[in-house]
Write a protein that binds this ligand. Structure first.
Ligand code: 13P
Ligand code: SF4
Length: 319
């Protein structure tokens, strides 16, 4: 507790002194989420993180999350300093969609509107017509489909498949997945629901179809958090990273939250649904980033300029 208190104190002080605001994702450690809340920052889903960082007047944005979130903040606000606890924090979707291979795929299908998930590199965003997050993917594809557009979608095949089934759009799909959500198991979930017939199932759309088919609510992290308070139920089975439980407990203290079953769940592992890259964000490297300014995010200005177009459409959509 001694070191923790010291680090928390120093981080608060340095945020103030460096005119910095802390923008954190729900999957980061509870202490990081507390700091963001206490210091006038935000804890949210990836779309709101992007919006908040863009609109906030602070000259430094500290992004606690994964690399694509830091890059998005920098693309949207090139004049601001954007730092992260560690740039090593990546995402399996980003890794699985290299910019050169993706560009070649797009070149083969020039008749399609290119829509990419926010969980991609700046270079992939620069090649896209649209960027979406899980909170608006369905609405954006519905909108493009209504205009008769054929879609090239990347990289998450589960989210893409879900959106395709909901909208009936013509979507050509990249083969990518989130290593965390892909682990949720449909058969085991069905068995658990059998034991808890009154429980509601909340699932992030990066989960496989067999899990989504059983969900009462499918949505972004913010949408799932809202469902815990809004739905008339006391028990929830949650198919997303368990970092979100911190805010869910805060918002609905009386409700019971159960992790959806994963293949990895065993007697020795009761918190398998946690992103290894989100877990790289800690108080120590957050403190160090603020003190030293290391792990500053830079994006090639030419790439950023092109990515700003597709990201701008994301921010404008639904306004
Ligand atoms: P959200 O936009 O729903 O927060 O999702 C981001 C993410 O990385 C989910 O795994
Ligand atoms: Fe990427 Fe999955 Fe981690 Fe989200 S939870 S950052 S999609 S690997």
């Amino acid at each position: 507790a001694g070191e923790r208190d010291l680090l928390m104190h120093r981080i608060r002080k340095n945020l103030r002194e460096h005119d910095a605001v802390l923008v954190a994702h729900y999957y980061t450690a509870s202490d990081i989420q507390r700091l963001a809340d206490e210091t006038g920052g935000i804890v949210s889903d990836s779309l709101e993180m992007a919006r908040f960082g863009y609109e906030h007047p602070a000259s430094t944005v500290v992004v606690a999350g994964v690399r694509f979130m830091g890059e998005t903040a920098k693309i949207l606000s090139p004049e601001k300093r954007v730092i992260m606890p560690t740039q090593e924090a990546t995402c399996s979707l980003d890794i699985g969609c290299p910019a050169d291979e993706f560009a070649a795929f797009c070149d083969e299908h020039p008749d399609r509107t290119v829509v990419v998930y926010a969980n991609t590199s700046a270079a992939v965003k620069a090649r896209a017509d649209w960027v979406v997050t899980s909170s608006i993917a369905l609405d954006v594809i519905r909108h493009l489909h209504a205009q008769g557009e054929k879609i090239l979608w990347a990289p998450d095949k589960h989210l893409g498949d879900y959106v395709q089934r909901q909208t009936g759009a013509d979507m050509l799909m990249w083969d990518g997945a989130c290593i965390v959500h892909e682990e949720f198991k449909a058969v085991e979930l069905e068995a658990l629901r059998g034991q808890l017939p009154d429980a509601k199932v909340l699932a992030h759309p990066e989960s496989p179809a067999g899990v989504l088919d059983q969900a009462d609510v499918i949505g972004s992290t913010t949408q799932l958090l809202r469902a815990v308070t809004e739905l008339d139920a006391t028990t929830f089975i949650v198919a997303t990273d368990n970092g979100l439980f911190h805010k869910m407990r805060e918002a609905a203290p009386g409700k019971q939250l159960i992790e959806a079953p994963t293949a990895g769940r065993s007697a020795t592992c009761n918190s398998c649904a946690h992103c290894p890259w989100m877990a790289m964000n800690g108080l120590r490297n957050l403190d160090a980033a603020l003190r030293t300014g290391a792990d500053e995010i830079h994006v090639d200005p030419a790439v950023a300029k092109r990515a700003m177009v597709s990201l701008g459409r994301m921010l404008d959509f639904g306004r």
